[in-house]
Ligand binder design. Structure first.
Ligand code: HEC
Ligand code: HEC
Length: 152
């Protein structure tokens, strides 16, 4: 009886854990990298991708996100240390070049393949990078489907 309960609990909790990310605390990262968009979980790109992104901040998706060198190095170091992991998968393109968009990684594409183009373009969403539009608990690193609400 006791053993059955443990097995049941293990089976029930595993899928939920698969979509949770620990959001490590880092003051400079939160100040500098969550002003234009949410602070994306460092685990969603591998270290090579973060390095590439952090080396190109003056040309950051059409904006200038440059930082003084001390802050840039501190944040790059933080991202590198927390990068990747079991759930991340490959974050390079077919030629092996590092992707700097989470939304272009194989895992993201696979998890969102059922969402039609027209949905991404809705005024309340606008961009795949706008995670919090649909994932109501993204700020806590919780991407569970129980907490997804796609705006109309
Ligand atoms: C001046 C505003 C600004 C700042 C500051 C900024 N970003 Fe961005 N970032 C953007 C814009 C704009 C995009 C593109 C968003 C889109 O496509 O909807 C973006 C996209 C991204 C993406 C890719 C999202 C995707 O499509 O998967 C990552 C990763 C990212 N930023 C990380 C960072 C990090 C790390 C920092 C801090 C060093 C940072 N950003 C600071 C404006 C900014
Ligand atoms: C248009 C709404 C929408 C946006 C915007 C969006 N997602 Fe999702 N996301 C979904 C839906 C729907 C699912 C699938 C839920 C399911 O499994 O049925 C999903 C699934 C996921 C999963 C998988 C959860 C699991 O069950 O393993 C992750 C991780 C995730 N999204 C991360 C992100 C990140 C990171 C961003 C922003 C860069 C983002 N999503 C943007 C709607 C969205």
């Amino acid at each position: 009886m006791k053993r059955t309960l443990v097995l049941l609990l293990a089976a029930a909790s595993f899928p939920a854990l698969a979509d949770r990310y620990v959001v490590p605390k880092h003051a400079a990262f939160e100040e500098e990298c969550a002003s234009c968009h949410m602070a994306y979980p460092p685990q969603m790109l591998d270290a090579h991708s973060w390095q590439h992104l952090m080396n190109n901040l003056p040309k950051h998706f059409g904006t200038d996100a440059s930082l003084d060198e001390k802050r840039r190095v501190a944040i790059a170091d933080f991202l590198g240390k927390n990068a990747g992991g079991r759930k991340t998968g490959v974050t390079a393109d077919a030629k092996g070049n590092p992707l700097i968009r989470i939304t272009e990684t194989e895992r993201f594409v696979r998890k969102h393949r059922q969402i039609a183009d027209a949905v991404w373009q809705r005024p309340a969403i606008k961009s795949k990078a706008n995670c919090t539009a649909c994932h109501t608990t993204a700020a806590e690193g919780n991407y569970s489907d129980d907490n997804v609400r796609i705006p109309r």
